[in-house]
Ligand binder design. Structure first.
Ligand code: FE2
Ligand code: FE2
Length: 354
């Protein structure tokens, strides 16, 4: 079972996600090593060549021709993903100075710093599609591009840091493991590293909840309260139900997306049930039960109207998150200017030396 130090590693529903990351990494290497045609023949139709590469499960690389809509879809998706990593630092950053021990503080610092790193790999992956990081940051700051709605919920207690690690990073992993096999090479490669780091994030959250759930009655109640508040927003992270999901079919055909929103949500629910039992915490869904016929759990859907409201900017923390991001961007202007001046100076020195 992925991200869980308290259960047998491979058993249980939804298990073996880290194994899937390793398999995806091996498949990436194989695809690279396979006899590749060095590119389209001189008179070959570029669109046909692109379709061939996708069919053969090989990777599209930055220099390859690609349909404009494929490029745009990837830019939107990767940018939204990068923005989510960066905004996602805020709810947990809120607890760095208040973590209950030096060890917890060090772990949380490392985790939040990892999220900054994920943002950077992803902005770099997006840049291979011909857009600059500056442009993408502007789009976020202007509110023209989105980030994951989950980060518009507040972190009220220390247990929220545990619930975020377990549920939010857990849902992120379930979403991202299939992206390790995405048809666009730079995105797939970034996802392999990101997923390995996410595994640590989920473990640290799970371990926080496990400690609280086995502590005093007050600590256990705090852990349960955090799970109660984060459960449905985490289910909503997989997006609207399949019937209402606008971009899915084309993304599946391009092998950007490999599973539908509902398939991934089901997988997440099945994975969490056994983990919650080991934690001794209750998933706040009275209708959650094993369905022998489907070999999966029946569960209640999150409130998609609430999700749409949060996407529209009306979540509990949308305004605060964006204000903080804008302020941090403005405060960092001198760093960007200094770095650019230094790079320009170094370039001119190198020119003189040459
Ligand atoms: Fe991340
Ligand atoms: Fe994470």
């Amino acid at each position: 079972m992925y991200g869980n130090d308290f259960a047998p590693p491979e058993d249980g529903p939804g298990g073996g996600l880290l194994g899937e990351v390793e398999a995806a990494e091996a498949a990436l290497r194989e695809a690279a090593a396979r006899a590749r045609r060095g590119g389209p023949a001189p008179d070959e139709d570029l669109a046909a060549y692109f379709a061939d590469v996708i069919d053969a499960d090989q990777k599209i690389e930055p220099r390859d021709w690609m349909p404009e809509a494929y490029r745009k879809t990837l830019i939107r998706q990767i940018a939204q993903h990068a923005h989510s990593e960066i905004i996602g630092m805020q709810p947990e950053g809120n607890w760095i100075s208040r973590a209950p021990s030096l060890k917890r503080k060090a772990i949380l610092l490392a985790k939040v710093q990892d999220e900054a790193g994920h943002g950077l790999y992803l902005y770099a992956a997006a840049e291979t599609l011909g857009v600059s990081r500056d442009e993408l940051v502007e789009l976020l700051i202007d509110g023209r591009q989105k980030y994951s709605s989950i980060f518009n919920y507040p972190t009220l207690t220390w247990a929220d840091v545990g619930a975020i690690g377990w549920l939010v990073d857990g849902a992120a992993i379930v979403n991202q493991v299939p992206l390790c096999r995405c048809s666009y090479g730079p995105y797939a490669r970034a996802m392999i590293r990101v997923c390995k780091e996410e595994s640590f994030h989920q473990r640290q959250g799970y371990e926080i909840l496990h400690t609280l759930a086995h502590g005093t009655p007050e600590q256990k109640a705090m852990a349960q309260d955090a799970v109660d508040r984060w459960w449905y927003p985490s289910l909503a992270m997989f997006g609207p139900p399949d019937g209402d999901s606008t971009h899915s079919a084309q993304s599946m055909a391009w092998k950007i997306k490999r599973f539908s929103n509902d398939e991934l949500r089901q997988r997440f629910v099945d994975m969490c049930v056994q983990q919650a039992e080991i934690l001794g915490l209750t998933i706040p869904d009275p209708d959650l039960r094993w369905n022998e016929q489907r070999q999966a759990h029946d569960y209640s859907q999150p409130d998609y109207d609430e999700l749409m409201q949060v996407i529209k900017g009306n979540g509990p923390c949308n305004r605060q998150r964006m204000e903080h991001r804008r302020r941090a961007h403005a405060d960092g202007a001198w760093v960007r200017e200094a770095a650019a001046a230094y790079a320009a100076k170094r370039n001119s020195r190198e020119k003189v030396a040459a």
